[in-house]
Structures are given as C-alpha cells and as structure tokens.
Ligand binder design. Structure first.
Ligand code: SF4
Ligand code: SF4
Length: 671
C-alpha cells in the first residue's frame, strides 16, 4: 500500500517515536536505579506467576472498593492490549496490502470480532472516566486534569481513527470483513453513499496515516503521563518486598550513621519505582482516615509530590550528588502531613499497584527523629517514658505486674516451665481500661486450664509506637531486651491481647534479628520458632476445643470494630467474630467499614501519644459509624481501639453504649 517514499517516512517516524518513548523512560529508569539499594529480590519465577495472575486477571483493580470503576478499567486495559496487537497489524498492512496478522484462521475470525467489541468497550470506559473526572469530580481525581484530558483524547481518537480505517479497509477489500461488525456496518454506509473508488482509496490511505500518527503520538506521550503505570505498575507488583503490608525495614544502626529519608537521594530504588508506578487513581486517598478527617495528608499526593521532586532533581540524582539537594521537609512534605499518618495500612490495602506509603512516611519520621530531633513536642515525654520506664505513660517499670495482685497470676521467673507466656503489653499493664482486659483474659486462660505466666517487670514495651513514630533506635533497644527475656526463659508460645505487640512479636522481631549481632544463630533460631498468637485466635480455639464453654449468651445489639493491626495488617477477622457469634443474640451488627476494609480508630502509628489538633478527630468519625449501626455494645480486640472508641462515645454523650474487649465479653459469660 505504501510507496517507497512513504515507507521511508514511516520508518523515520517509527524511529522518532521509539526515541521519544525510550528517552524519558530511560531517564526514569536511571532515577530508579539511583535510589538507595535494598534487599535483593528472590523467587522471581513465583513472583512473575503471581504478578501475571494479578495483572492479566486485573485482580489489582477489581480487588477493592471501586468495583464498577475497576470494571471500566478492565475494558480499557484489555482494549489497550487488543489495540496494541492491532497496531502491529496496522503497520504491516501499510507494507503488505490486505495483510492480517492471524490469516484466515478461526482465531483470526474471532480476533476481528474482539477488536470491534473492545472498540465499543474502550469508548464506553473512557466516557465513564470523563464523566467521573470532569463532571462528578470526586476529590480523589482532582489532580493532573490536563494529563487526564490528553489521555482520554488519545484513547478516543485512536479508537475512532481505527474504526475510520477499518471501514475503508473493508469498503476496499470486502473479503477482509470477517466478523468486524462495526467496520462492516460503516463500510455498508460508504458503499451506499456511492463514493468513487478513488475516494475510497484516498480515505483508506488517509485513515491509515491518521491512525498511525495518533498511535505514535500516544506512545510518545505515555512516559510523561500517569499512563506510565501500564509499564511501571506490573514491575512494581513484581518487585514488591516480601514483607507484609506496613511492615518496616529494620535500620542497621550499628553500621550506618545516616537514617531515614531527609533528601530525595535517601529514597530507595523501590520508593522511586513506587512514585513512577502511581496511576493517581486516588483509591488510597478515599480510604485514608487522615485525609477523610481533614488532616493535611493524602497518600496519593505524597506519591505525586515525590515523583515531581525526583524529576526536578534528576541531574543531582543521576550525578550521585543527591546530598547537595534541599531537604524534603519543609517544602515538598510538611510536618502536618508526616505526623498525621496512623499507619493503618488502608492506603496500601487498596492500591492496585501495591505502593508502600507507610515505609515512606516512617522514613521521613526516622530522619526527623533520629537525625534532626524535630518532632511533635509531646513526643519528648513519650520517648523519655519509654526509655526510663519502658512504657509511654511513664509509670514505674517495677509496677508492671501490679495489676496481677490478688489474681494469682504467676511471674515466669517463678514458673519457668510454663506452657504460655502472656505478653501483656503497656496498655494491659498500666492503663485502667487495658487492665480490665488483662484480668478478663487471665481469668479465661485459667478457666481453660492453660499453664501461663507473665514477665512482670522483666517485660518491656514492645516498641511499636516508638518504631512507627520513627524512633528506630528506641524500638530496637526495647525489642532486644524483650527478646533476651524470651530467650532467658526458653519461651515457646506467646499470647497477647494487643494487635500492635502481636504484629511486632510475630513478624517484625524475627526480621529484626537479621540485623542484631547480640544473639547467636542458635538463639535466633530458638526465638524465631516461638509461636505468637493473638488472644482472639486462642479464645476461638479454646471454645472450639470445648475448653471454654459459654454459659449465657444473648448480647443484643452487638457490633465489632476491627483493629487495623489485627484485620488489615494480619488478616485476622474471623477469630474475633467466631467468639462473638457465640455471645450475640441475632448476630452481629455490621459496621459500614469492617474486616480488612475497617476504619481506623485514630491511635495507630504512635498517634495515641500526639495531640490531634487538625481537622476532625478520627475516633469521632468511627464512633459515628458505631452509633449509626444502632449497636449498644461495641466489641474490639485492641486496648488502643477500646480507649479511642470509649473517648469518642464520651465526647458524643453516649456513655450508654458500652465498649468492651472480646475477652471481657466472653469472660462475663463463661462458666
Ligand atoms: S498510590 Fe496507589 S491507590 Fe494511591 S493513587 Fe497511586 S496507584 Fe492509586
Ligand atoms: S497508613 Fe492509613 S493514615 Fe497513613 S496514609 Fe495510609 S491510609 Fe492514610
């Protein structure tokens, strides 16, 4: 079809497009490579299989709250794959008249149908996004409007130009129609219009060039736009760290003298890949308790600003002179932003491309705390209390087991052969409401006949708040002391009623040991072998085994609030419900957001110890959901959630609604 001159023009255009595509792509690749190194990725074959499963089945976009939007994205995703294939065919058609990639095969027939079907679906999906972004205008979509407009314009223009070409291709070669129902219908109209053969040939050529020009334009634009997520997103999923949602990388305190993220150069290569993989869909922002409660934090904008900053400092980063760049705070990120995150993990849970927001926020906090000593003033006392008395309240460490007086709970030093260590945690040891949970759990363990003991004054704060507030040094100190105590008594099994302690003891202490030189490999193996369970798991098991028996049930209007560190960070949603289902009359009332989609109480990430002076209080928002459910009793399984919900109900004058731990409710009704 193309003349010799046209073929040369086409080849030059293709080369220019490749250059326009690869140059910005290479720049971004080099910026990613310039990031701080991290652990090597292993198991690439397994990762590849999982990634293909997620991407090809589009589980990444269909997994979360925006199901309908996800379906529209599926239309565009598969439409893009189909049209990418068709573009190859289209280019070859220019060289070989009547060329068809799949020949006269059954698959070829089917493919001709699929292309037309996706032409319709891509147009429908794009129109949906246009209406949503420019007419409905939800908060999550209010960035890069020009970029979005250009992408939508390209999607529509490429699809329509293809149909324009297809119609004239069929008008010229009716035998190539196959199952192209749209092209055939349009070709029929062309035939009915009485166009001359020369006019049909003219349109055929014009439409071919128009489609090619639009496709080349789109390809050149992709690396500059959020559409880059088509490439970077799958790589981000493929190369995600093995750690669980929200789990933090241990800092090598003994071998490094620079901690956290102060400048762009301090981001890891994976942080940089995250920034380029973000599709700016705003799902993270929609579910972020900080954003919803009007704090100056949007996880989406965090990534957006990081990407802009990386590109702005590209010369310094590529020249390995990132140290000469300006600090990220203030300027790119602000204090209110960094100190508003509860590390609830909701953002990461919904992100289609598995971006790690928490690692970046804690990285910024680490730099503020460990390098610059700039953090909310109220944390001075919190850190000091943890250092001196190993609890954030600052109550004398010697009183850690005071709550056990008169309860007949042994200290492990007196019963080192015991089966279970009950790791009580700071709230369970010192806070009045936490102590009621501890007493209830201890009475249940006794009734079930379990041999258990507590560490008492030898127990230290687990260090969760310190770690998530950026004080990794304090965290590692506390963790090492706890680990030494576990080792001292040869602990084999631990139960705890605090999801934060549970999360650390189960997942983060074992990983921390990779960096600790104080323990021998044998000791580390023994410590890693410790079984750690949350009390709701153990109670559900004891009920199932008949070691605990419910004597009276019938709690009316009961609901359950999922703690983030239990449900989202650890996937434990059924065990507490299994216990409560034996106690509730007529089933549990469901909160609007529950299970892995639950809404934070506002205390995580160490924010229990900071003043919530900006926006609405997060616990008030959650309390409103509890009240809207009509529940008169709200159960939970975390001492911090219990306090936050009780405070919320008190602030709203609803002390008639009770907040109790699952263990308390069960203890009241167990023989
Ligand atoms: S971080 Fe993830 S969820 Fe948030 S806007 Fe980017 S892609 Fe969407
Ligand atoms: S972890 Fe929670 S509070 Fe922090 S940015 Fe993500 S959604 Fe927001």
């Amino acid at each position: 079809m193309l003349s010799a001159t046209e073929k040369i023009v086409f080849a030059l255009m293709a080369a220019a497009t490749a250059l326009a595509f690869l140059a910005p792509l290479t720049l971004r690749y080099r910026i990613i490579r310039a990031g701080r190194s991290g652990p090597r990725r292993t198991g690439l074959g397994r990762r590849l299989g999982a990634t293909l499963g997620k991407v090809l089945l589009q589980r990444c976009t269909l997994k979360n709250e925006r199901r309908f939007t996800g379906v529209m994205h599926v239309f565009i995703f598969y439409g893009a794959l189909t049209f990418d294939t068709m573009t190859v065919n289209h280019a070859l058609e220019g060289f070989f008249d009547g060329f068809f990639l799949f020949g006269q095969t059954g698959f070829g027939l089917l493919f001709s149908l699929v292309v037309d079907v996706f032409a319709v679906l891509v147009l429908a999906g794009t129109l949906f996004f246009i209406v949503r972004r420019f007419i409905v205008r939800p908060e999550a979509y209010r960035t890069t409007r020009l970029d979005s407009a250009l992408i939508y314009a390209f999607l529509i223009a490429v699809t329509l130009s293809y149909l324009y070409f297809e119609a004239y291709a069929i008008a010229l070669h009716p035998e190539t129609a196959r199952l192209s129902f749209l092209g055939s219908a349009l070709a029929d109209r062309i035939a009915a219009s009485g166009s001359s053969a020369a006019a049909v040939i003219g349109h055929f050529k014009t439409s071919w060039w128009l489609h090619i020009l639009l496709v080349f334009g789109f390809i050149s634009y992709v690396p500059h736009s959020k559409y880059l997520h088509m490439l970077a997103g799958p790589f981000n999923v493929l190369l995600r760290p093995e750690r669980r949602c929200g789990e933090l990388e241990a800092l090598a305190l003994e071998t490094s003298d620079r901690f956290g993220v102060e400048k762009s150069a301090d981001f890891s290569w994976k942080d940089n890949l995250d920034a380029f993989a973000c599709m700016e869909c705003g799902r993270c922002q929609d579910v972020c308790p900080a954003f919803i409660s009007e704090k100056p934090l949007s996880p989406k904008m965090l990534l957006f600003k990081q990407e802009r900053r990386l590109l702005a400092e590209r010369k310094l980063l590529l020249a390995k002179k990132g140290d000469e760049g300006a600090p990220l705070m203030p300027g790119t990120f602000e204090e209110g932003e960094v100190w508003s995150c509860t590390t609830c993990g909701a953002c990461m849970h919904v992100c289609p491309v598995e971006i790690e927001h928490i690692a970046k926020i804690v990285g910024l906090r680490r730099s503020r705390v460990l390098m610059e000593s700039k953090f909310p003033a109220e944390l001075n006392a919190t850190f000091r209390n943890m250092e001196t008395n190993s609890n954030p309240w600052g109550i004398g460490f010697a009183d850690r087991a005071a709550w056990t007086e008169d309860l007949g709970i042994p200290l492990i030093k007196d019963e080192p052969e015991t089966d279970w260590l009950y790791y009580v945690g700071c709230a369970g040891s010192f806070d009045e409401t936490g102590k009621t949970t501890s007493a209830a759990l201890a009475s249940l363990l006794k009734r079930a006949g379990l041999a258990f003991a507590v560490l008492g004054p030898e127990e230290k704060c687990c260090g969760d708040s310190a770690r998530r507030l950026g004080n990794e040094y304090l965290f590692q100190q506390l963790a090492a002391e706890n680990l030494a105590a576990f080792l001292r008594y040869g602990v084999k099994r631990i139960v705890t009623a605090c999801p934060h302690g549970f999360n650390l003891l189960k997942h983060e202490y074992p990983r921390l040991m990779d960096t600790l030189s104080a323990f021998s490999e044998e000791d580390k193996a023994a410590l890693r072998a410790i079984e750690v369970v949350h009390h709701t798991e153990l109670l559900a098991r004891l009920l199932r085994e008949g070691r605990l028996k419910v004597a009276s049930s019938g709690i009316e209007d009961l609901t359950y609030h999922d703690p983030c560190y239990l449900a989202r960070h650890n996937g434990i949603t059924e065990a507490p419900r299994e216990v409560l289902s034996r106690l509730a009359r007529g089933g549990l009332r469901k909160l609007d957001r529950s299970g892995e989609h639950g809404f934070c109480c506002g205390a995580g990430g160490g924010l229990m110890w900071t003043e919530e002076s900006l926006g609405t209080r997060v616990n008030h928002l959650r309390t409103d959901e509890v009240l809207a459910s009509g529940a008169m009793t709200v159960a939970t399984a975390c001492p911090f959630c219990k306090t936050m919900l009780a405070d919320g109900l008190k602030d709203k004058g609803r002390t008639d609604v009770a907040v109790m731990d699952v263990a308390q409710l069960l203890a009241e009704r167990t023989a």
